[in-house]
Every structure is written in structure tokens, then in C-alpha cells.
Design a protein around this ligand. Structure first.
Ligand code: HEC
Ligand code: HEC
Length: 206
């Protein structure tokens, strides 16, 4: 029975990572064998962060979420922090979000069941259809607004190029019109922290 459980745990871990991914990052089963067989949420998150550094969202403070008291923000907080940090709506455009959430939902449905996988993973909570719609709608309402490059003539200046190189690395190049001049400094400061978080998680995984 024990070795059976190890196998299922390994399969579950591969499955959470494998769905929607083309390659399996260096998963070492050896490291898992000695450890506890049932994982709690925090163990799983920690392991995911080691295995998938750089692919997971850097995480936003719940207080920095737009419209933080809305049902959409509540559901995002509830469902989308089970495996990794809280993803901010600005990570993707309105067009991109449905397929990203679809991929995440596949994982939740698969691991939320009462079968062996669900039990091993300490019961991942999966959203119902109407909750899922609310989450997608919330993410889309506050999504990244991509720039319309034809409206800007100074994108090839040194400053414009620095903006393009820096600000398109993690999401679509943002439309400068989505914030006022007064709002931008705080946003850019948060982006600096996002860059640090990603750099740190990558160096930890090495
Ligand atoms: C069952 C575990 C699990 C849950 C729950 C989960 N995710 Fe993820 N998420 C992952 C894994 C694994 C990755 C890395 C592989 C990938 O991108 O598919 C990831 C990566 C991401 C990324 C970064 C990659 C990208 O395409 O931008 C975003 C954004 C994201 N998740 C959003 C969400 C949202 C929104 C929810 C809630 C609706 C959610 N996740 C719930 C496992 C999960
Ligand atoms: C290291 C990855 C990364 C880089 C590089 C990056 N961002 Fe972001 N950005 C994120 C993530 C993650 C989010 C969602 C979480 C959040 O809002 O902090 C986001 C969200 C946003 C949002 C929507 C949220 C809001 O407050 O309006 C804007 C606008 C934005 N980024 C602008 C920029 C600009 C401008 C740059 C270049 C200076 C930049 N980003 C560079 C990761 C990055």
C-alpha cells in the first residue's frame, strides 16, 4: 500500500504540472520518497514553487486587488491561491484570461474529486460553473489593457524602447492610458517587486 501511495502522489504531482505544459521540469521522485506521504496545502505550494519557479504568478497582495470587496475578488482569493500565490488580473489581457482560467480549472476539477488524487492532495476545492464565470468576468474587467502601438509615435526613442523591452516581459505591453500620471509610480514600483520575486524564485530553484 505504501509504495502504491508514493506512486499516486508522484502521478498527482506530475499531473498538476503536466496539464497544459509541453515539458516536465526536472522532477526528482527520489526526493519525495522519504518525505511524508500525505501533503498539506503548504507543503504542496512549497514543492510547486521549487519545481515550477518562473512559471507561477509572483503574487499580488489581496489589498492591491482592484475592487477587493467584490465577489470576483473573493472567489479569486479562495480558488486561485490553493497552489500558488494570488495572481493579479493585470497578468493577462481580457482576451487571454479565459484560456488561462480554463487550464487552471482543469487542474482543480481533476484534483478536487473524491478519488485517490483528490485525497492525496488534501482536497483541492474546485469552482462550480457560475463561480468560474464570476472569476473570469472579474479578471477580464480588470485585465491588462494592451497598447495600440499605432497611437504612439515615440516608441522607438530610447525611453520608448526601454519601456517596450522591460514592460512586455511578463504580460502584454501595457497601454499607458490605463493609468494617470499620478498613479503610474506606484504601479511601476509594484512591477519592480514582481521582477524581484521572479528573479528570487528562479535562483531558489537552481
Ligand atoms: C491545482 C493547482 C492550481 C490552482 C488551484 C490554480 N493554479 Fe494557476 N498554476 C498552476 C500551475 C501548476 C501553474 C504553472 C503551469 C502553467 O502555467 O500551467 C500555474 C500558473 C498560473 C499562472 C501563470 C502562467 C500563465 O499562464 O500566466 C497564472 C496567471 C495562474 N496560474 C492563474 C490562476 C488562476 C486565475 C487560478 C484560479 C482560477 C489558478 N491559477 C488556480 C496550478 C494551479
Ligand atoms: C517580472 C514580471 C513583470 C514585469 C517585467 C512587468 N510586470 Fe506588470 N505585472 C506583472 C504581474 C505579475 C502583474 C499582476 C499582479 C500585479 O498587479 O502586481 C502585473 C500587472 C500590471 C498592470 C496591471 C495592474 C495595475 O495596477 O494596473 C500594469 C498596468 C502593469 N503590470 C504595468 C507594467 C509596466 C509599466 C511594466 C514595466 C515597467 C511592467 N508592468 C513590467 C508582472 C510584471
Amino acid at each position: 500500500m505504501k509504495s502504491n501511495r508514493q506512486l499516486i502522489l508522484g502521478m498527482a504531482l506530475i499531473a498538476i504540472g503536466l496539464l497544459g505544459m509541453n515539458t516536465i521540469p526536472g522532477i526528482s521522485m527520489g526526493g519525495m520518497m522519504g518525505g511524508p506521504m500525505m501533503m498539506d496545502r503548504d507543503d504542496m505550494k512549497a514543492m510547486m514553487n521549487r519545481m515550477m519557479a518562473g512559471q507561477l504568478p509572483p503574487g499580488i497582495d489581496p489589498r492591491d486587488l482592484p475592487d477587493p470587496k467584490s465577489e470576483g475578488a473573493r472567489l479569486l482569493n479562495h480558488y486561485c491561491t490553493q497552489c500558488h500565490n494570488l495572481p493579479g488580473p493585470g497578468m493577462h489581457t481580457a482576451q487571454e484570461w479565459p484560456s488561462v482560467v480554463g487550464r487552471m480549472n482543469q487542474r482543480m476539477q481533476m484534483m478536487g474529486g473524491h478519488g485517490m488524487m483528490g485525497m492525496m492532495m488534501d482536497g483541492i476545492d474546485a469552482p462550480n460553473n457560475s463561480e468560474l464565470k464570476t472569476v473570469v468576468k472579474y479578471l477580464q474587467a480588470h485585465a491588462q489593457q494592451p497598447i495600440d502601438t499605432s497611437r504612439y509615435s515615440d516608441l522607438d526613442t530610447p525611453a520608448g524602447q526601454a519601456f517596450q523591452n522591460t514592460c512586455s516581459r511578463c504580460h502584454a505591453l501595457p497601454d499607458p492610458r490605463q493609468h494617470t500620471a499620478a498613479e503610474w509610480p506606484a504601479v511601476v514600483e509594484r512591477m519592480t517587486r514582481n521582477m524581484q520575486a521572479i528573479a528570487e524564485s528562479k535562483s531558489r530553484s537552481r
